[in-house]
Design a protein around this ligand. Structure first.
Ligand code: EPZ
Length: 419
């Protein structure tokens, strides 16, 4: 397994390009199952999760070509309506094929994802909503087995504004007979992008960008071309990297509006941030002011930036509080940050972080995607060498992050095949 080696203490200077959004392209890839024909999707990030979803679509019978950040997907040969455990256990987002397979083919057999490092990750809201749309769903030996002669529109109320459940139910409802409303829907930018993709395919969706979606089912959808939105979590990760390491970083091919909540926090902490429609510049020098965050569904502070923000607060000039109200267990990075000398007290889903003058490099272990990013950021600011092990987690969601950081002046390299 690869590791990433960082020699900290070097400010970042320069410009990089942000890749397409992982959490937009995964449901969009699943949504191609709703129509027969050839799709062309551009600005696709070259990530392990994208390759996993491509593999899953091939298992279902689609032809998938992925090169130069462009996907060509031909769904006219889909004939196997199953997502096997071997794929689902490596990528929870496989559950996104459940709604489209049911809507298009009336049947689906999808492995339950199981838990992961950041929590139990249930899918009860996906299942309950699909049953309300008329699906018969049984759980058999770790699989969701679903059938539906046809789906009928319904009034759906999500107990939690789940991104995944909103996406799955939206994809099921666009081919259901009649009208569906989804109340308390997620309106994360990635769900807006999915809805935009479906509307371009011919779906009828009102309320896009709000917590109440109204869908009028249609009988047929068409394949389209589509460009994926920028990745706001990659954007936020690099903005926090600039604030932590110091220097001046410009991000191109992104959009300040995608990270408003983060930009407000960075400015409060003392970083200078200029945000435009396609570029963002972040400049910082020295220790920042302690600034507390509480994660929440959009437009709140994203839970996917919580670990990265905590790394920044580890070297702030005072104490701050980091609370995660989306995933109460998303704190696997705390033990690893402590190995670097961080002062963090945990109480349930609340962390009290007391900044230290500097962290000290050490070997640390990746446990999940965003925890890995947090450790990379901490290493950028730490004295000496930090080895981040098991970076296959990182490759799920960041396109060769070490190359982008090195182009900004970081002393960082990947060592293949380490323990
Ligand atoms: C998506 O996961 C993202 N993944 C996650 O990003 C992100 O952290 C999360 O949304 C929250 O923004 C993708 O888009 C592929 P949820 P998802 O359903 O859909 C509870 C990353 O790092 N819930 O919005 O699984 C759940 O337990 C990943 O890129 C139920 O109770 O998240 C959680 O507390 C990590 N029942 C809350 O809702 C359900 O049926 C939000 O989860 C579904 C969810």
């Amino acid at each position: 397994m690869d590791k990433i080696v960082i020699n900290g203490g070097h400010p970042l200077q320069g410009t990089i390009e942000i890749s397409g959004a992982k959490n937009a392209v995964l449901p969009i890839m699943a949504a191609t199952l709703l129509a027969d024909g050839v799709f062309r999707i551009t600005n696709v990030p070259d990530l392990r999760d994208v390759k996993s979803m491509a593999h899953l679509l091939r298992i279902i019978g689609a032809k998938v070509e992925f090169r130069d950040n462009t996907l060509e997907i031909d769904t006219s040969t889909c004939n196997f309506f199953e997502a096997p455990y071997e794929i689902v256990k490596t990528m929870r987002a496989s559950i996104y094929v459940l709604g489209p397979l049911l809507a298009k083919f009336g049947q689906a057999r999808v492995s339950l994802p199981g838990g992961c490092a950041i929590g139990t990750r249930p899918v009860d809201l996906h299942i309950k909503g699909l049953q309300q749309l008329g699906a018969t769903i049984d759980l058999e030996r770790g699989y969701v087995v679903a059938t539906a002669r046809h789906l009928s529109g319904s009034n759906l109320n999500l107990d939690v504004s789940s991104v995944g459940a909103t996406g799955n139910l939206l994809m099921a409802a666009v081919l259901a007979q009649g009208k569906t409303t989804i109340n308390n829907a997620s309106w994360e930018p990635e769900i807006v992008a999915l809805a935009d993709f479906l509307v371009k395919m011919g779906a009828r969706i009102d309320g896009v960008g709000t917590a109440r979606l109204t869908i009028h089912g249609v009988t047929k959808l068409e394949p389209v071309q589509f460009e994926v939105i920028p990745d706001r979590i990659e954007t936020g990760t690099f903005l926090i990297a600039a604030a932590l390491a110091g220097g001046r970083v410009q991000l191109n091919r992104t959009n300040g509006a995608l990270v408003n909540s983060l930009i407000a926090k960075l400015r409060h902490a003392g970083a200078q941030v200029e945000a435009g429609e396609s570029t963002i510049v972040c400049e910082a020098d020295g220790r920042l002011k302690p600034t507390s965050i509480t994660t929440a569904a959009h437009p709140g502070f994203p839970t996917d930036l919580q670990a990265q923000w905590m790394a920044l607060m580890c070297v702030a000039e005072g104490s701050s509080i980091v609370t995660d109200t989306v995933f109460f267990d998303r704190f696997m990075h705390v033990a690893e940050l402590r190995r670097l000398g961080a002062n963090i007290e945990m109480n349930g889903n609340v962390a009290v972080v007391t900044g230290v003058a500097h962290l000290v490099g050490a070997p640390v272990m990746s446990t999940d995607l965003r925890a890995s990013a947090s450790l990379i950021l901490a290493g950028l600011g730490a004295e000496g060498q930090t080895d981040v092990l098991r970076v296959y987690h990182l490759d799920r969601g960041y396109e060769r992050i070490e190359n982008k950081l090195r182009s900004l002046g970081a002393q960082i390299r990947r060592e293949e095949g380490s323990l």
